[in-house]
Design a protein around this ligand. Structure first.
Ligand SMILES: NC(=O)c1ccc[n+]([C@@H]2O[C@H](COP(=O)([O-])OP(=O)(O)OC[C@H]3O[C@@H](n4cnc5c(N)ncnc54)[C@H](OP(=O)(O)O)[C@@H]3O)[C@@H](O)[C@H]2O)c1
Length: 249
């Protein structure tokens, strides 16, 4: 795997982001490690030779500061990975949690991209990878707001692909199913279904690196593209099947 120069990985203090940072660093990339947990970021920085850059993505001033710091040098790869979930019936979702889900999962990557893209365009070179979710492509009962944030991210990434055609800046999207990380404990509801079977964070990290090397859409596991294709081709039949087999969380 070739190095990417400098990469910013958001949400690098845990799970998929930490695994991605390790993989990138092993390939010779200088990694800027973003998250909120300073202790974890410092430990990973020591391990990877990267630099820790804490910021709360729910705070617009933190996003602006993060962007300002990143603009002090060239950035070759931007990995939008930080995110959080929430599961349960929509009427039980607290208003402040809804605001936070949208701010961290959707507004923050949009804002960061808007701030960092001009420098990539000026250099005629750059890669932007979004960590989305299968929930954003198929919809999941009990995760309507989470799914909406990921769906929004997908539409943003697709639109940018058109907009950036021929500029040297390319966009990749990784669509994980269920991944063994702290995500479920943090959202307050464990994952109890039998399918999709959880995959490792390292497997998703490998897809993130592939999406940076050869921009496109990467499902993890790969078979997840099938329900998405079915939904696109025959949405009514898909909905009937998904309801029967439980598109629930
Ligand atoms: N796990 C899954 O099954 C799964 C499936 C599909 C998609 N995804 C997506 O994969 C991405 C990574 O999730 P994960 O599974 O690796 O979960 P995780 O282990 O909980 O990691 C989440 C990361 O996001 C960061 N983060 C959360 N809120 C933040 C905030 N307000 N400001 C800054 N950083 C914040 C966390 O940083 P701190 O801990 O330092 O705050 C942490 O580094 C997320 O976008 C998630 O939606 C996960």
């Amino acid at each position: 795997m070739p190095g990417f120069g400098t990469a910013l990985v958001t949400g690098a203090s845990s799970g998929i982001g930490a695994a991605t940072a390790r993989l990138l660093a092993a390939g010779g990339t200088h990694v800027v490690l973003h998250g909120r947990d300073r202790e974890r970021l410092d430990a990973l920085a020591a391990e990877t030779g990267g630099a820790a850059l804490p910021a709360d993505l729910a705070e617009p001033s933190d996003i602006a500061h993060l962007a300002e710091r990143m603009l002090s040098g060239p950035l070759d790869l931007l990995v939008h990975n930080a995110g959080l979930g929430w599961a349960g019936p929509l009427p039980e979702l607290p208003a402040d949690r809804l605001t936070r889900l949208v701010a961290v999962n959707l507004t923050a990557p949009l804002e960061l991209t808007r701030a960092l893209l001009p420098a990539m365009l000026a250099r005629g070179h750059g890669r932007i990878v979004f960590v989305s979710s299968i929930a954003g492509r198929t919809g999941v009962a009990g995760e309507a707001v989470y799914a909406a944030t990921k769906s929004g991210l997908d539409a943003f990434a697709d639109s940018l692909r058109f907009e950036l055609d021929g500029t040297g800046v390319e966009v990749g999207v990784v669509v994980p199913g269920v991944v063994r990380t702290e995500f479920f404990a943090r959202r307050g509801r464990p994952y109890t279904r039998s399918t999709p079977r959880p995959v490792s964070a390292e497997r998703v990290a490998a897809a993130v690196v592939r999406a940076a090397e050869k921009p496109g859409d990467y499902y993890v596991p790969r078979w997840l593209r099938l329900p998405v294709a079915l939904r696109g081709a025959v949405p009514g039949a898909y909905r009937t099947l998904a309801t029967r087999f439980g598109a629930g969380s």
